[in-house]
Design a protein around this ligand. Structure first.
Ligand code: ADP
Ligand code: MG
Length: 744
């Protein structure tokens, strides 16, 4: 009966784990999905699905076209009459291109994008329907938005929200639907989305930066903020993905032992792209180009099965719309190629996480990039002025900038391996560092020389022609100057870039306005303009020293040093969010018109709530997997070992048997200990959750989840990962790291 029992139980085990093996086999057998190549070059089909200026010109009456362009370029509101005329042309273009529905496309605070589709049809009054689209429908809608998070704003004001067209971002067609980028606000004017405050921040930085830029070039009317994001992601075979409930539910593996090989050999970075992946990338690129997203660069990333996609930079608002759109597109296209795309910041422990570097710069409507060192002293002074002001803004608001990129998911990446530390500092590179140094040490005489005789001998204030050498790069810095832009690297791969861009642009706007005030005050005291600017730049350089760090951000010494310098070193995400409500943050956001205090409070409620929910879901999934997947399998394996042991004992004489079985006994004991610990810790985790759930204050609840639930999750994982190395591979129910990361 032993034999019978054993056979039966191993049969059950094979059935149990068959999902894993079926998935592995499927992944092995996959063929490359052929890509339907457009006959023409991208030059022909680029932006085909976008109602851009060219299409506007084609589909709108001349007068309407002119008025709309004027409104877009000069940020003027559009009249109802104009909206009607635009809507009619837009609808004609949309239906000509196969669209039957339209949607207001917005960015709620839950992350991602939201849409509610309506068909164009209206009653024609004769029992039939006509396809119609009016200016009113284009310009404003009232989605029943009561279930979007609003942090209590709508309860307070008993007001509904509405969405309104953002004319600075062109409408496009996706899945036979006309998508209209919109802002989403409450009736009392509070923003309920990411786009509204982003537009406000971009306005603020436009105004403040243009005023400073006019010191150097009176022709400047506007300053644009540019964003070039680099999206990192992982691909996992669709079958393997489906066999991992944790990936399905949370986007990351909550358990899984490192595979023997991961990224040690660094053979994946810039290696040749696997064929199936290349087909996916090509397909995605074609879709991007049709939607007017200038996808440009694609390559392998550091970790196995990790990749990156980057477009050519665009104005920040449009670039961000494109990033959100691409995150949706990636998912759709990946499925077509039997992949699933993982945008989570840390889907796999022990290897690199994914970020979304935000390359950011400011440029004038006269075509000058303000972070580009120039050739003449005047250009270089302008460069230094903008550079020093960015440093000052980042220094003053370093805690806030960290908060702007913090989330439950990004927490696994910051401060962890191969990722920026949870401290914001600026890397300048040695050439700029030298310039800063020389400027700081210059005497008043030098400054006067500089100010007085522009273009002759600039003495110490002269900035050498700065051609940043590409090797002078520091991959450990969360905020690095890279030649003509800053790279905010701490942004998470799943984040809406707007969060970081709002904080950064607003902080820089505040700083530039302050700078202007000080320079003007000096000029009023009859100082020469350039002398005044130099003096103020010098003062900023001295003040901002603590934020400048070119060393190794991963080192422990830096953490100590940063604390000594007074930089924000908080690592607990719920506490990091407090930075939004600090007086200096509230003041900055109010001064720049980006957020009211009420909005900030409401948004923080949502941040804490979202944090809690994310951890809560992960913790539930982990508890389920631990108790219902891992514990039963490990127990079964253990009882097989026990069976075996009993047989050995009957077969062999006592002395020899003892020697043979001692090691097995040890293994059995070891498994018992891990099993016990898993059960205990799971209970502890569940209790911690229960206790936290009783708290009514969202902040306290999030802190309780952070302090008590997260550590229990980590301990459970450790025990499970140990078991994975002990239990029979055939029985292990979940696809392993080596399977998910290397089969393609
Ligand atoms: P790397 O990986 O070396 O940082 P990539 O070429 O992958 O560089 O990405 C650089 C990104 O920065 C691209 O999106 C590029 O368009 C963008 N970029 C380049 N110059 C600027 C700029 N002045 N402002 C904003 N983004 C920029
Ligand atoms: Mg980069």
């Amino acid at each position: 009966s032993y034999t019978f029992f054993n056979q039966l139980s191993s049969l059950i085990q094979i059935i149990m784990s068959s999902l894993r093996f079926k998935a592995v086999a499927e992944a092995f057998d996959r063929k490359v999905v052929p890509v339907e190549m457009p006959k023409e070059s991208p030059e022909v089909y680029y932006a085909d699905a976008v109602f851009n200026r060219q299409r506007m010109f084609e589909y709108l009456p001349k007068k309407t076209f002119d008025q709309l362009i004027d409104a877009i370029d000069n940020k003027r509101p559009i009249s109802r009459e104009l909206a009607d005329s635009v809507a009619a042309g837009m609808k004609r273009w949309a239906t000509d291109n196969g669209a039957r529905h339209y949607t207001h496309w917005f960015h709620p605070l839950t992350g991602g994008t939201a849409e509610k589709h309506d068909s164009f049809i209206e009653h024609d009054g004769k029992g039939g329907v006509v396809e119609e689209f009016t200016g009113k429908l284009l310009v404003q809608q009232e989605p029943d938005a009561s279930s979007f998070p609003n942090g209590g704003i709508r309860n307070t004001f008993e007001a509904r929200g509405y969405s309104a067209w953002d004319i600075s971002s062109p409408v496009f067609i996706l899945n036979e639907t006309l998508c209209i980028p919109t802002i989403f606000i409450s009736y009392t004017g509070e923003s309920l989305d990411f786009k509204t405050p982003l537009l406000r921040a971009l306005n603020a930085v436009d105004k403040a930066a243009a005023e400073v830029a006019r010191y150097f070039d009176p022709e400047v009317k506007h300053v644009m903020s540019y964003l070039g994001w680099e999206q990192e992601y992982f691909l996992v075979d669709a079958s393997l993905f489906s066999a991992r409930p944790d990936l399905v539910m949370t986007g990351r593996t909550l358990m899984g032992h490192e595979s023997a090989k991961n990224q040690q050999l660094e053979d994946h970075y810039f290696g040749s792209i696997p064929q199936r992946v290349q087909a996916f990338m090509l397909d995605l690129e074609i879709e991007c180009h049709k939607l007017g997203i200038p996808a440009h660069t694609r390559h392998n990333e550091v970790a196995p099965n990790q990749f990156e996609l980057a477009p050519i930079f665009e104005e920040t608002n449009l670039a961000n719309d494109h990033n959100l759109l691409i995150m949706t597109l990636m998912d759709t296209v990946a499925r077509k190629h039997n992949f699933r795309v993982l945008l989570h910041e840390k889907p796999f422990a022990g290897i690199n996480g994914s970020g979304k570097h935000n390359n950011w710069s400011l440029g004038t409507d006269t075509g000058t990039l303000l972070f580009s060192p120039g050739k003449t002293p005047r250009e270089n002074l302008r460069f230094m002025a903008f550079f020093a002001n960015v440093m000052a803004a980042v220094y003053r608001h370093n805690g806030l900038l960290k908060a702007s990129i913090s989330s439950a998911t990004n927490a696994h990446r910051l401060g962890a391996n191969e990722a920026p530390p949870a401290i914001i500092s600026i890397f300048t590179g040695s050439q700029i560092a030298e310039v800063l140094d020389r400027l700081e040490k210059s005497t008043d005489d030098d400054l006067i020389t500089f100010a007085g005789k522009e273009g002759i001998d600039m003495g110490v204030a002269q900035i050498p022609e700065i051609m940043l050498d590409n090797t002078d790069r520091n991959r450990t810095s969360p905020f690095a100057f890279t030649g003509n832009r800053f790279e905010f690297r701490a942004v998470g791969s799943s984040a809406n870039c707007a969060s970081a861009m709002i904080a950064l642009n607003a902080a820089v706007a505040e700083q530039l306005a302050e700078f202007k005030k000080r320079v003007d005050a000096r000029v009023d005291r009859e100082e020469s303009l350039y002398h005044a600017i130099l003096e103020e730049v010098k003062a900023l350089i001295v003040e901002c020293k603590p934020i400048h760090f070119d060393g190794n951000g991963y080192s422990d010494e830096w953490k100590e040093e940063a604390a000594r310098r007074g930089l924000d070193c908080e690592t607990s995400v719920p506490r990091i969010f407090d930075a939004y409500l600090r007086p200096e943050s509230v003041e900055m956001f109010e001064k720049t018109g980006v957020f009211s205090k009420l909005e900030l409070k409401a948004r923080n409620e949502i941040k804490w709530e979202t944090y809690t929910k994310k951890i809560q879901i992960e913790s539930r999934v982990l508890g389920d997997l631990a108790l219902n997947h891992i514990v039963p399998v490990a127990t079964r394996y253990q009882s097989m070992l026990v069976d075996n042991l009993v047989k050995l004992k009957t077969l062999f004489p006592v002395a020899k048997g003892n020697a043979l079985t001692a090691r097995d006994l040890g293994t059995i004991e070891n498994i018992s200990e891990h099993l016990c610990a898993i059960k205990e810790e799971t209970e502890r985790m569940t209790n911690a959750r229960k206790q936290a759930n009783h708290l009514t204050c969202e902040r306290e609840k999030a802190i309780a989840y952070h302090d008590n639930v997260v550590p229990a999750m980590e301990r459970i994982r450790q025990h499970i990962d140990k078991l994975e190395l002990m239990v029979d591979d055939e029985m292990w129910p979940l696809p392993k790291y080596r399977e998910m990361l290397f089969i393609r």
